[in-house]
Design a protein. Structure first.
Length: 321
């Protein structure tokens, strides 16, 4: 929320007027109405594609105000979504075992290895009887034993592969893939946020006070496009002479009058500057301190039709009575 820039000439004129008044107890204090506007901007720059409101339009909270071109953000979000899909699919794949066809191939290899083992065991049994009768040398028996042992080891290897095929990947590998998927999800969310920032909506119900760009113009990052005036955002800025400062306490009530204002309009002081402002270059003394003025702000009570920049006169509570 940002206030309108202070009008230096108006403020200086008001200060000079107050200084010339001599700070009479019953003299009205000059001031003017000021708006605390809400400036709506996008966090990134771009060309203003659509402007959905005009000056003076009432808008509701959440109503779309404008949109910048978001082609780059759209492509970035689509790429991030694709990476997220790939990371999630990889994580799911690691949690599964082999496919049915891969399992069938392992089963066939295991059956073949078992058959080979049976054949080698039968050959070994026959050769042992021949060795005992002296028809075959002992060296040949050693070769058959080695072949039988190799076939048995191959069967054990395939059995282990078959059991492993039913299990998922290692837990550490799955955890790493899941972390990558979470990172891809964060990237996708960030890309989606950047895309959404190119379309801005009204944060509060308000009146469109001003529009600062037209469609087709380039808008810098952070530059306001629409200025909103929420209800109750009009305050009164006035200047209190030093002799009356004690009566202008925060929370005190002041009577307000202006051209066209209804009778009995009041405001409550919400801020008093802790230091003097718009003071002539004089040495502070008992004679010159009456020329010091202090900026103050008051908020009108109830409904009012004050416009930003409208001059007003205020009387402190004691003076009003």
């Amino acid at each position: 929320m940002t206030t309108l820039p202070l009008r230096p000439l108006l403020a200086a004129a008001l200060a000079a007027l107050l200084a010339g008044c001599g700070a009479e107890p019953d003299a009205p204090l000059a001031g003017y109405a000021e708006a605390e506007l809400v400036y709506v901007a996008a966090s990134a720059g771009g060309t203003l594609r659509t402007l959905d409101v005009r000056r003076g339009d009432p808008v509701k909270a959440g109503q779309r105000l404008f949109a910048l071109d978001a082609d780059a953000e759209l492509l970035s979000r689509q790429a991030a979504d694709a990476r997220l899909t790939a990371a999630e699919a990889q994580t799911d794949d690691l949690r599964k075992g082999k496919r049915p066809l891969e399992l069938a191939a392992l089963d066939a290899q295991l059956a073949q290895a078992r058959a080979t083992l049976v054949a080698s065991e039968s050959a070994l049994a026959r050769q042992r009887s021949l060795v005992a009768q002296g028809f075959v040398s002992a060296a040949r028996l050693d070769e058959l034993v080695a072949a039988r042992d190799a076939d048995a080891a191959h069967v054990g290897e395939l059995q282990a592969q078959r059991r492993l095929a039913d299990e998922a990947a290692r837990s550490d590998t799955i955890a790493a893939a899941a972390a990558s998927a979470r990172g891809a999800g964060s990237d996708a969310a960030l890309a989606r946020w950047h895309e959404q920032q190119k379309t801005r909506a009204a944060p509060v119900a308000a009146l469109v006070y001003d529009t600062l760009y037209r469609p087709g113009e380039w808008v810098a990052a952070g530059a306001p496009v629409v200025a909103l005036l929420p209800p109750g955002a009009i305050k009164l800025r006035f200047f209190v002479p030093e002799p009356l400062l004690a009566r202008a306490a925060v929370g005190a009530t002041v009577a307000v009058s202006c051209d066209g204002c209804p009778a009995g309009l009041k405001a409550r002081i919400g801020h008093v500057s802790p230091e003097a402002e718009y003071t002539p270059p004089v040495i502070y003394s008992n004679e010159s301190r009456s020329k010091l003025v202090f900026r103050a702000e008051a908020w009108p009570e109830g409904q009012n039709t004050l416009k930003p920049g409208q001059p007003v006169e205020l009387r402190l509570a004691d003076a009003a009575r």
